[in-house]
Design a protein around this ligand. Structure first.
Ligand code: NAP
Length: 346
């Protein structure tokens, strides 16, 4: 932990009043700020640097944090939050965490949740997500082409056993709401009718070159709030997650032109467009200039209908987080994780 994180926390005078930031209302009645701070350091930003960035983002007005045990930094973020909570009460935050794929066994779900709460020092979570719908995991930094011998395809009853443990966390008051991440329509069609407590949120990859219109609309129709991850197209994602076919949202001429017109960076336009479309973007940024611009972009100067239509038209169906490392031995390729033909691959 760098010393600066232990300095007394002060609100940044350049920031945005949290009351000016739009919010979404979950089925539970809870209010989620319509932008959150991502916390995944993409293997190149250290846990302390992530904690410092989140501290700066909070000082500028962010009150929604997207955390996960697998990001390996919840203890550092928690250490930093100790200096924040005396100034901004815990209740003013919306804090998400996620159960990793190695903790899907029902007894492991509760243990993992309690560890995240303890590491973050936040008492309870506002939202707890099942990070991926597969209990498949891999060593950190492993070769993207490697396949675990234990990896298995999606199986509804196994998933529901995990989900029932998630529901129990709500019953026990450890978490206020639960949700899914990286699921598809065919999987949700199986999951939703079996839930005692339905997901309040679904977190999914969303950026201008990957708009997932069918899943986005399906989730919204279900009354589930959509959180969009990698909203800028994750330009700093690890090299192992890049393929030659990947496109770059912030270099799209339509994004560059509209951003220029509004006097913002195309990255900020990605965030602004996301929030105006109705998803909750959770951009990651280590720079005040960037995270402040992203936050401010939600508060004024909306995009016109024509600009929204033009951005809708640049969807390339370009999935960046393909999840190859979660494939089981007999899977054909990463497409099998995403049920592209409407059926769940076995
Ligand atoms: N549920 C899941 O499975 C899942 C998967 C992936 C990600 N996530 C979550 O989503 C969050 C965001 O996704 P991500 O981190 O992959 O990527 P991202 O938010 O799309 O992109 C982050 C990158 O954009 C840059 N950036 C941010 N704002 C900018 C601005 N205004 N101008 C120029 N550059 C800007 C940042 O650089 P600087 O640091 O230089 O600003 C950073 O390198 C993660 O941190 C994590 O919390 C969830």
């Amino acid at each position: 932990m760098t010393d600066s994180l232990h300095q007394p926390f002060v609100i940044d005078p350049d920031g945005v009043a949290p009351s000016q930031v739009p919010f979404r209302t979950l089925t539970t009645g809870a209010k989620m700020p319509a932008i959150g701070a991502g916390t995944f350091g993409s293997d190149h930003v250290t846990p302390d640097e992530v904690a410092a960035a989140v501290r700066g983002a909070i000082a500028c007005g962010y009150r929604h944090l997207d955390c996960a045990s697998v990001y390996g930094n919840e203890d550092r973020i928690g250490e930093m939050l100790k200096t924040v909570f005396p100034v901004i009460p815990r209740e003013e935050f919306f804090i998400t965490s996620k159960v990793w794929n190695d903790a899907h066994a029902p007894e492991a779900v509760a243990a993992s949740c309690r560890k995240s709460i303890a590491d973050l020092g936040c008492g309870y979570l506002d939202l707890y997500l099942v990070h991926w719908p597969f209990p498949n995991f891999h060593p950190p930094f492993c070769d993207v082409e490697s396949r675990s011998a234990d990896a298995v395809p999606f199986e509804i009853e196994r998933f529901m056993a995990t989900w029932r443990a998630m529901e129990q966390l709500v019953d026990e008051g450890l978490v206020k709401a639960i949700g899914t991440s990286n699921v598809t329509i065919p999987k949700l069609e199986l999951i939703l009718p079996r839930c005692r407590i339905r997901p309040a949120v679904n977190e999914m990859e969303l950026h201008p070159h990957f708009q997932q219109p069918e899943l986005f609309e399906y989730v919204q129709r279900q009354g589930i709030v959509v959180v969009g991850y990698s909203p800028i197209g994750s330009p700093a994602r690890p090299e192992r997650d890049k393929t030659p076919e990947d496109t770059v949202d912030v270099e799209d001429p339509v994004m560059v032109e509209i951003a220029h017109k509004h006097g913002i960076h195309p990255a900020t336009l990605c965030v602004k467009w996301a929030a105006q479309r109705g998803q909750v973007p959770i951009p990651f940024s280590t720079k005040k200039r960037n995270y402040l611009a992203n936050l401010k972009s939600l508060c004024s100067d909306p995009l016109s209908d024509e600009e929204m239509s033009r951005i809708a038209s640049i969807d390339r169906g370009c999935r960046l987080i393909k999840g190859q490392v979660f494939l089981w031995q007999s899977a054909r390729g990463w497409e099998d994780l995403w049920d592209l033909d409407g059926t769940i691959a076995k």
